[in-house]
Design a protein around this ligand. Structure first.
Ligand code: HEM
Length: 345
């Protein structure tokens, strides 16, 4: 009897595996020859090519790709679990005149708008597809997921939903919590600042990056020495390297007891960083949305990160402002040579 029950369990498990295997190998070949899990996604392959050509200079991880990721954040975070805001609905693009008044992203929406019109996508699908494609152009980034079928946005998002670099950690975490994100997810989302630069914090030095090479979690912890441009600006604190900008918000998050270990644990752990970032981005890009179609296989596969993370030349553990007391700081090598100057984007 016991054996019979066991064999029934085995037979059931086998059938489940077969079904699971069957769904794994289900593939549609589109008229273009590209392969996807859902027929509805076929229409996206030529749109991805167009976005790469017309917005990302043929597939570069340049300023437009960075901006597309930032725009997706500003769009989606206009959401509250208490019922306001349409979330990842593209309202930032469709209602750009209204949202620009309080989000200062007109340079990004101006560049995206003509390409958006060419594609025929809803604003939400365009904003979040462009973010996934642009991020995938950056070596070491995860292949973000993309779900298709957002309806047109109904209204502009409310003001004061995007965190400011001058905000306190409490204010930032409570804004993220109001949008449904725990502190570890907020820190994971800040992996985005490995592909980021500032144009507006100090307008005298547009395109000033937040790190030298995919190592924002390390460099934000190095002792600050200088301001890269026209002295101290609101939302900026001392940076360790010439040509590099450190946001006050990144720094205070790296130092706060609620987030310091979450921050430190991301250093030299590419797998953890990309996995958590991908998961948090997926959640963010679905905020406020109903059932959508999984078209993740239209997103190009990013190149791997060469790694490992190293101290920039002339830096060592003696330069670290370690705030996480629960775990040891990772042991890292130092790049050879004189201290670098980080080039603008
Ligand atoms: C505490 C939350 C955050 C604050 C205070 C913040 C603040 C900023 C600021 C001040 C800039 C520079 C803007 C400029 O001067 O041009 C920036 C750039 C950027 N941020 Fe954030 N950010 C936050 C979270 C995020 C998140 C969650 C994402 C994406 C998931 C993101 C993605 C980016 C990107 C990609 C850029 C670079 C844009 C470009 O180079 O054009 N940020 N952020």
């Amino acid at each position: 009897m016991a054996f019979a029950r066991l064999s029934a369990v085995i037979a059931f498990a086998f059938a489940t595996v077969q079904v699971a295997k069957g769904s794994l190998i289900k593939r549609i070949t589109c008229p273009s020859g590209q392969v996807t899990a859902n027929k509805a996604c076929c229409a996206l392959f030529p749109i991805v090519d167009r976005i790469q050509k017309d917005l990302f200079d043929g597939g570069e991880c340049g300023e437009e790709a960075h901006s597309a990721l930032r725009l997706a954040f500003h769009d989606a975070i206009g959401f509250s679990i208490n019922g306001t805001g349409g979330g990842a609905d593209g309202s930032i693009l469709a209602f750009n005149k209204t949202e620009n008044a309080f989000r200062k992203i007109d340079d990004i929406t101006d560049r995206q708008f003509p390409v958006f019109l060419e594609t025929g996508l809803s604003a939400g699908d365009f904003v979040h597809l462009a973010a996934a494609v642009g991020t995938g152009n950056c070596p070491g980034a995860p292949r973000l997921r993309f779900f298709f079928g957002r309806p047109p946005p109904k209204a502009a998002a409310p003001d004061l939903t995007v965190p400011e670099p001058t905000d306190s950690v409490t204010a930032i975490l409570s804004r993220f919590a109001d949008a449904g994100f725990a502190p570890h997810e907020a820190v994971a989302l800040l992996s985005s600042h490995t592909i980021a630069a500032a144009d507006e914090v100090d307008p005298t030095i547009p395109g000033t990056p937040f790190d030298s090479d995919s190592q924002v979690f390390l460099e934000v912890l190095l002792k600050g020495k200088l301001f890269p441009g026209n002295g101290s600006q609101p939302g900026e604190v001392l940076s360790p390297l010439a040509g590099e900008m450190r946001l006050q918000s990144d720094f205070v998050i790296s130092q706060d007891s609620r987030t310091a270990c979450l921050w430190q644990n991301m250093i030299n752990n590419q797998t953890r960083m990309t996995r958590q970032f991908k998961r948090a981005m997926h959640k963010m890009q679905l905020l406020g949305q109903g059932t959508l179609t999984d078209c993740s296989d239209v997103i190009p596969v990013p190149k791997p990160f060469a790694g490992p993370i190293k101290y920039p030349a002339s830096f060592s553990q003696a330069d670290v402002q370690q705030a996480c007391v629960q775990s040891a700081f990772p042991s890292l090598a130092t790049v050879a040579g004189p201290a670098p100057t980080v080039a603008p984007v």
